[in-house]
Structure formats: C-alpha cells, structure tokens
Write a protein that binds this ligand. Sequence first.
Ligand SMILES: NC(=O)c1ccc[n+]([C@@H]2O[C@H](COP(=O)([O-])OP(=O)(O)OC[C@H]3O[C@@H](n4cnc5c(N)ncnc54)[C@H](O)[C@@H]3O)[C@@H](O)[C@H]2O)c1
Length: 440
Amino acid sequence: MDKQASLIDRLTHRTALIGVIGLGYVGLPLAVEFGKAGFHVLGFDTDAEKTERLQQGESYISDVPDQRVADLVKAGRFKATTNFDRLSEPDVLCICVPTPITVTRDPDLSYIANTAKEIARRLRPGQLVVLESTTYPGTTREEVLPRLAQTGLEVGKDFFCGYSPERINPGSADSTFAKVPRIVSGVTSGCLEATKALYDSIVAETVPVSSPEVAEMAKLLENIFRAVNISLVNELKVIALRMGIDIREVIEAAATKPYGFMAFYPGPGLGGHCIPIDPFYLSWRARAFNVNARFVELAGEINTEMPEFVVRRVMEALNSQGKALKGSRVLVLGASYKANVGDTRESPAVTIMELLLAAGADVRYNDPYVPKLPRMRRSALSLSSVPLSQNEVGRADCVVIVTDHSDYDYQWIVEQAKLIVDTRNATRGIQCEEGKLWLA
Ligand SMILES: NC(=O)c1ccc[n+]([C@@H]2O[C@H](COP(=O)([O-])OP(=O)(O)OC[C@H]3O[C@@H](n4cnc5c(N)ncnc54)[C@H](O)[C@@H]3O)[C@@H](O)[C@H]2O)c1
C-alpha cells in the first residue's frame, strides 16, 4: 500500500493519531471532535498553562465542556503537550494557530511560519499537514509548503498538504461541528483526497475545491461578506437615527422579502478574532496584484468608526440631562464582542471604554462572562467586572448596553437606570419615560 492509501486507511479505521497545533477557540473544539470520533489526539500549544489545564481535564473554552475534555483524557484518547519534538508522532497535523494583523493592518504570518518550521524539523513520510488558520490565498502553497519541501520529502508522494478553513461560530448551539459543511483542498489531487478523508471522519459533508487558493479565498469571502453587510447596516443606522426611523423595524420589514435579502443587524462595531481582521488579509494581498479591495477598506472604515459614534450618543444623551461626559459615571454592560461568550478580542466594548475614559468619564463595566479584562492586542485596560447591583445601575449617570447577553434582565435594568444608551436594541418593547432610552 502506498503512503496515501495507508493514511486514508488509517483515517477510515480511526487508527491514525491526529495532531492539533494551537489549542484555542478553533483547535480545542477540533481536537475534541476527533477524540469524539474515536481517534487518539495529541494537542500542541506553546502555552504551558493551557496544556496543563487540559491534562487536568479542564477546558478554558466555553463551548467545550470540562467533562468532554476530562472523559477523553481519562480514556487516554487526548493528551496536550508543549513538547514540539512530538510533532513527528501524529499521522495528521492540523495547524490552528493565530493569524492576527500588525498595527499597520498587514498580515502577521509569523505563527504559521514558525509552526511550519517546527513541523519541517520533524516531518516524516506519510504525514498529512492541514492549515486551518484563516489567511490570504497563496499562504499554504507559498508559506507552508516550501518549508516542508525543504526536508527533501516530496509533496503528494512522501507527505501531504492541504487547506481547510474553520467555520466555527462560537457561542452558537445551532452550528454544531458535524453539521457545518467543510471546504477541503490539497496541493495535489492525492493531498486533496487525504484531506477530504480526514474531515469526512468528523463532519457530515465535505466540499472539495480545486486548490488551496480557492479554499483560502472562500473563507475570506465569507467573512468579507459579513463585514461589508454589517458596515452597510451600521451606516444605514446612523442615517435612520438622524431621520428618526427605527432601523431594526426597517430591517425586519425588509426581511419579509422571501428572496434576495439577508438581514444583518447594526451594533457598536465589529469584534472577535475574525471579521475585523480577516478582510485585511485580502486587501493586503490584493495590493501585491495592483488592485484595491475598496469594499473591504470602506467596510473597515465604517465599522471602526462605530465605537466613536456610540460615545457621541452617550455625550448627547448625558447632555440632554444637563450633564457632561467628563466626570459622569458610566456603566458599560457587556465587554465581550458578542452575546453569551467571554471572548473580548477586538471587542468594541473595550474601545468604547477607552474612549469614555479618555473623555474623562468614570467608567466601570459588568460582564457575567468576563470577570476581568484580559491583556489584549491593542489594549491593556485594567478593569474588573462590577456586580450588576441596584446600586451600580442606579448610581450610573448612564448605562451603555454594548453586548446583549441573554442573562441580563433588561426590564429590571431599564427600571433601575437613570439613562440608557442601547447599541443592540436589547430594550426593545420595554416602556420607560421619555428621554431615558437612547438607541445607538
Ligand atoms: N475564533 C473563531 O471563531 C475562528 C473561526 C474560524 C477561523 N478562525 C481562525 O483560526 C485561527 C485560530 O484562531 P483561534 O480563535 O483559535 O485563536 P486562539 O488565540 O484562540 O488560539 C490559538 C492558540 O494557538 C496557540 N499558539 C500560538 N502560537 C503557537 C505556536 N507557534 N504553536 C502552537 N500553538 C501556538 C495559542 O497559545 C492559542 O492557544 C486563526 O487563523 C483564526 O482566524 C477562528
């Protein structure tokens, strides 16, 4: 049996050892999914605290229950390590490391490059390496493959290399792993077959495409589609507010059209590791081909302005009660970038708090999912969540709803607060005295 057939055989019979590199929001659920499907899984991370917690059967990702990790560890089917010498052991290596942008919005591929170098040092015949990190078209072929090929091993014959983008939707019970179709690609047809066989073992449907570049760009299209549409409704929201029209009512009316319309909702700006960042991977790459990704840039501009818009609304709201933002006590509700998760990466709530602080406001926040703000790429705000008490809500000159967690009792919040700026329309349908509730 040649190496490809033998690998596919081991994947089909669940005897292959699966390696996952980068055990974060993408890598950990993936590792657990392979474990659930009956594989033995070896997870790699540079963060020793994470690997130790996993070894103790503890999860740090809210979508992955502790018990799931504990059961796999106990059954000997999942181990986590910082020892990269063990990269030679797995039959498959899935790369799930971060792909951030620099301060000048250029792609930072250092994590992928370092991981490819680490793998190359230990690459052995028969291994399949799949990149899952979101990135610009060309990364697998130009950044990962050459490093692996430097070993002298031949791709498609001695080892296999593919790209398969992750489509996880943190905090959503609807898009459970197995139900979401997977785009799969390979550098050669043999690589594609091996990559397809890998994901066929954990998802109901795989979608093979002709090259890694197509798969890489498809992932960017998905995220750019969201970024552009969100920026569009954010711009329309600003216009509608000036016109005294409720944009949410407009969207819901438009959404009754059974074809050709998809509803997106406005908010305080973009957050998370994907939508605010990934589009810039394409615009950067496009520049190398002498084309401008104008939609991407414009969407980025509009969405980046949203936190400032929210702060201006807070000023207007306070002003209507004869107060200046400077010196006012402002309680921000929600620090994470979206409802019901604890992820604060690129969260507009953090930018809003920074802007409020810079304007001299006395700022505090509450978030049941974020007890303390972690250190972030662009921010080192040192704040901890205050209790959502009658005292905190009642004493605030303004309460700003930034993240619409379902845990919040909005009726109670409206009753206790003196003034509310709601960026999510979370208070929809709640009656209160005129001038107390402001949409942003
Ligand atoms: N979070 C999402 O919802 C999501 C969805 C789809 C795709 N993605 C993409 O998946 C990739 C990973 O994102 P994430 O959200 O899981 O990031 P994350 O920050 O949650 O996890 C990355 C993990 O990689 C580890 N790491 C960093 N450098 C490493 C190295 N050299 N070797 C091994 N481990 C290393 C970190 O310690 C961390 O545990 C990114 O490209 C992202 O754009 C993320």
